[in-house]
Design a protein around this ligand. Sequence first.
Ligand code: BGC
Length: 775
Amino acid sequence: MRNRGPFQRAGGGTSLKEEKIKELIAQMTLEEKASLCSGGDFWHTKGIERLGIAPSMVSDGPHGLRKQDQEADHLGVNESIKAVCFPAGCATAASFNRELLEEMGEILGNECQAEGVSVILGPAVNIKRSPLCGRNFEYYSEDPLLATEMAGALIKGVQSKNVGTSIKHFLANNQETRRMSSSSNIDERTLREIYLAAFEGAVCKQKPWTVMCSYNKINGVYAAENKTYLTDVLRKEWGFDGYVVSDWGAVNSRVEDLAAGLDLEMPSSNGENDQLIVTAVKEGRLSEEILDQAVARILNIVFRFAENRDKTAVFDRDADHEAARKIAEETIVLLKNDGVLPLDESEKIAFIGKYAKKPRYQGGGSSHINSHKVTSVMDAAAANPNIIFAQGFDDEKDEINETLVKEAVEAAREAKAAVIFAGLPDAFESEGFDRTHMRIPDCQNALIDEILKVQENVIVVLHNGSPVEMPWADKVKGIVEAYLSGQAVGAAEYDILFGRVNPSAKLPETFPVKLEDNPSYLFFPGEGNSVDYREGVFVGYRYYDKKKMEVLFPFGHGLSYTEFTYSNLRADRQKLKDTDTLTVSVDITNTGKRPGKEIVQLYVRDKESSVLRPEKELRDFAKIALLPGETKTVSFTLGKRAFAYYNTEIHDWYVESGEFDILIGKSSRDIVLCQTVMVESTTQIKRTYDGDSIYEDIYKDPAARAVVERFRKKQSTQMENQEKKEPEKSSAAKEAITEEMELAMMKYMPLRGMLSFDKGSHKELEAILKELNSL
Ligand code: BGC
């Protein structure tokens, strides 16, 4: 008889307790324990039949279920089951809609329950540092808050169905070039404020069941064996209690990895690495406790799923396709509209471009879904006799096809408007390699130019996972960024183009004018195996804003067919301590004629800082639905982190006392309301002084200033006496150097300068330093 699993209890009951897992582990041999720490095959953990532990299945993610029953691979090469492709991360982030992501998560969770998948491998939250990263389409944003909030919502949804998620790729995996060998070299503050922050909120608030470590190194140490991040930050600081799984093949040195906090190796290493663990324990190089801990973490998740199987779950592909359409409606960004949209269904409209019939709606690689059906915009237009179609270009090769262009020009000439469905072909954008430039294929740009010659109402609809250059942006009347919006994209596009749906998405990233404007341009993809993130915290709009640089479309930009007016910004206090919270409210009114949804963005600017900070940073956002004439109040609650930067002296978040602007914007470049508040720090940073400490820094602390001024006073009395003796000399010097100039020069003077310029002695310097350091 097959052993009844310890988790398959009659009558359901409570979940398996820690002690039960301990008991099981106590019955295992060393070899059995080690065996549980790697995959049985590509998609399953191992089981131990005699103890009733069954293998558990995991599958990609993140925007659909890629469950492979047959030949397995991690690059989307072999077939997976027919499933539903939802909009990819690039697109769902544009919705800025947490509830929507949660609903999508619930659907994915249900699909996993129906298919017996314990963990879906996503969401992927890596920061979109460069437009060139081949995998940007899977990622959410250049902004860590938006990324972590979107990821958190998806996790919440999936896990509400008792299915695990695997937030990935932890950490600093922002390119595909040399992804398995390169080192992302990043300073501590940038890691905290940008790259870790993309994970932090989701991990702390939504407790993903698992975390997937990335392939790359961080400052020279592989993510898989990086104890600082896998254990100190993830578990000790953030309270993560699930298992850490390696990205497929990310294990470098199995024993070190395990000790650093990497629990599960995927896929299998054919027992090779399990044996290394056994030997290390036997030779006393690895404590058995660490192994036991990893096994316990893995089993905890395996049982959590097994105990909560929903045998009634059904994967209803048609219903989920409909859901994918509803989601896509909120992921398509209207970038430009010179009054040409929405279109009129009674007019003759030319739909031009291959992607009108065969949309590009997902990226290549491990996230690739075997869609059970696809709705193109031409499918959606089936009932409209006024639509004419011309393919215009092919995307197999970047070559102008004269015949296709001619047909397209003819179609455009006879129509009231031409909508060109353009974008990046698969070959331009996929897991495993990066883009080499930011252009769409030249043949598509050439087609757009040709159409512009015969048609004044041109709209371009783009399909891509990351910014592209748009040399024709000023000449066309409408631009729609459809991103990679899943298998129902065509239906959503049609409804937005004809105004049945009011667009409500905004850009989760900046579109620079040209690639060279991007802050990582000089350092991407690095030299050999070293990628220096020299732009620091100035990623995306944090850089473009600081530089006051012209961009094609700013972060947070997106239009609607209605108008929104913002008013009445108020804060519940004008002054607060960094331990307090601040509640900010603003009224939004739909002053246009159609129902619509608006994304309200809240940024914070530190008005004066002693460290380099971005011009402003997104600290919260909300999406609200408003009927024409309706007003709603949106409230945000801000805590310490909204004002803080990561201080590397104290290795903690720190608010510098002073004034902060609360900025409410329709986009990062369209700030409509501002209110200033005063925030006072409750953290005293203990300063230490030496001879190199300069006056400006010392004077920041009034007590320290008093000590130094006492000495200076003594010196100036001596000087004044000298001046009285030689009055002509002193007035000539006063003319050359004003008091103001003297003060300005003084501030950069190190304390030891008193020996050279203030007639001080070593003894006096020592006495001052002693006093300063005892404050
Ligand atoms: C990818 C992961 C994916 C895994 C399994 C890797 O190549 O980086 O995102 O989950 O394969 O397919």
